[in-house]
Design a protein around this ligand. Structure first.
Ligand code: NDP
Length: 472
């Protein structure tokens, strides 16, 4: 194997020492601040004002004003122009956003550069196109916006989740109040600057950094709709909090996806898909293929090739263009991953990790493969949200489906086989919002995404995703 020389990314974004809350088109200070840390080095990147209940109320009032006086009455064609402008500015500043995201989140630069930022821009381009065509989206001839939308997003794809939430909301004529995750507010704050640069009318987008309490305040405020992505536990709390109110809700929650490899699958291709399925973004992916279900007759072969491939993954500096697996986003998340991995060992599964050096500073976890996994084990049922794969085997297609569906979640699944008929047969039976065939973790703004069962409800993206932001 070749030894790679380090190839560090040279662009450095202009990160301010301190950011305020973004309300009504301006950055303002709050009663308290918190720090954002680079998870790869544990260095403080910047401080940021923490939104309290009063700030949330101010932001919602600003968003309401903007909705009633500017954004709501504006024609779709004009709204579309703003969205196109935002998309283009994101493209222009793509490199800077990519580096900032890697610094604040810990994910590898090749992912932020090639996936997060371009896909975020794509969401704005795609929804800019819908802004003046909503009457043809299949949600009635004269669809109306909902009003002010409260949005709470997680730390695993900070900018992309922002784009998933803000682009359709604005395209449909709503204004937004968005709370980024406590550990990753940077690109949301840079996005707020970008809104200023795009001359977006004040109050249309408000960004409220803070912790869980700020999220709860957004949910409890006078918004017309709540859109949340995050853990099932918090999603449940949000569903309870809004029950009985007129607020519309969409919840995109956890997952424990099965990636099913049948014995007729192209094995090398499947191995790449397994690796991408679970090690992309350190496994911090709600739709990660965290359970590999492999047909018994090819299991030894698949596992051997999989371990050989995983041993080549490079763990380390997120800003090195060679890095495959970056830092775990926070000490808390590292603790959760470690605890669940220990639970797997304790329950008797066999653990395998490649020999690789980890940096001394920062939060790191080796890519991990569990074999001998039983369905009842916690590592087969619970979302680990880290680079940890649980491998189970099956003998017949029916057994594969039964095992795949045997979790409380239903977000995504993968099927690997050379037979189209088997793909369709499996897709019909898998209880998952998204099923990938002979690929994994593929996303497109035109393709709706969302879950079944405890993975939540509502769709994001595509024509279907517009419904969540329209009064239909
Ligand atoms: P959370 O669900 O707690 O975080 C998601 C967002 O919700 C964050 O912005 C968070 O703020 C906010 N939040 C927290 N509590 C509340 C509340 N009561 N009301 C409203 N908003 C709230 O996820 P965690 O970051 O705590 O991660 C825990 C686990 O959740 C992970 O290990 C993983 O299994 C799962 N997870 C799943 C995700 C997915 O996409 N499916 C995404 C993230 C996590 P703050 O950042 O301050 O906590």
């Amino acid at each position: 194997m070749f030894e790679y020389a380090p190839a560090p990314e040279s662009v450095r974004p202009q990160i301010k020492e301190h950011y305020g809350i973004f309300i009504d088109g301006e950055f303002v200070d709050a009663e308290s601040d918190f720090k954002s840390v680079n998870p790869a080095t544990e260095e403080v990147l910047f401080t940021v004002a923490e939104a309290g209940e009063a700030d949330v109320a101010k932001a919602v009032a600003a968003a309401r004003r903007a909705y009633e006086t500017v954004w709501g009455p504006m024609s779709g064609t004009e709204r579309g122009k703003y969205l196109f402008r935002i998309a283009r500015l994101l493209q222009e500043r793509a490199r800077e956003f990519a580096v900032a995201e890697s610094l604040d989140n810990g994910k590898p630069i090749k992912e932020t550069r090639d996936f997060d930022v371009p896909t975020a821009a794509q969401h704005f381009f795609y929804h800019a196109g819908w802004a003046d065509k909503l009457a043809y989206a299949g949600h009635g001839g004269d669809p109306k916006p909902l009003g002010v939308v409260g949005q709470v997003i997680p730390w695993n794809f900070p900018l992309l989740m922002l784009a998933w939430k803000i682009a359709p909301a604005l395209a449909c004529g709503n204004t937004v109040v968005l709370k980024p995750a406590e550990t990753t507010p940077l690109t949301a704050l840079m996005f707020a600057e970008l809104c200023q640069e795009a001359d977006l009318p004040p109050g249309v987008v408000n960004i409220l950094p803070g912790a869980g309490a700020a999220g709860a305040a957004v949910v409890g405020s006078a918004v017309d709709k709540v859109a949340f992505t995050g853990s099932t536990a918090v999603g449940r709390a949000i569903a309870k909090a809004v029950a009985g109110s007129k607020k519309k809700v969409t919840l995109e929650l956890g997952g424990k996806a099965a990636n099913i490899v049948f014995d007729d699958a192209p094995i090398d291709q499947a191995v790449e898909g397994i690796v991408n399925g679970i090690f992309f973004n350190q496994g911090h992916v709600c739709c990660a293929g965290s359970r590999l279900l492999v047909q018994e007759s090819v299991a030894d072969d698949v596992l051997e090739r999989l371990k050989e491939r995983v041993a080549t993954l490079r763990v380390g500096d997120p800003l090195d263009k060679n890095t495959d697996i970056g830092a775990i986003n926070s000490a808390e998340q590292l603790e959760r991953i470690t605890a669940l991995t220990e639970a797997g060992r304790g329950e008797g599964a066999d653990v395998w990790q490649p020999a690789c050096d980890l940096p001394e500073q920062g939060f790191w976890f080796r890519p991990t493969v569990f074999t001998g996994v039983q369905q009842s084990m916690r590592i087969a049922q619970e979302e680990i949200f880290g680079p940890v794969l649980s491998v189970l085997t099956f003998r017949t297609p029916d057994e594969a489906i039964a095992k795949a569906n045997n979790t409380p979640y239903g977000l995504s699944a993968g099927v690997w086989t050379e037979k189209g008929s088997k793909i369709l047969w499996a897709a019909e039976r898998l209880r998952a919002g998204v099923v990938w065939a002979n690929t994994f973790n593929k996303f497109d703004a035109a393709s709706p995404f969302g879950g079944l069962k405890e993975s939540g409800y509502g769709r994001e993206g595509g024509r279907q995703g517009l419904e969540a932001y329209l009064d239909v």
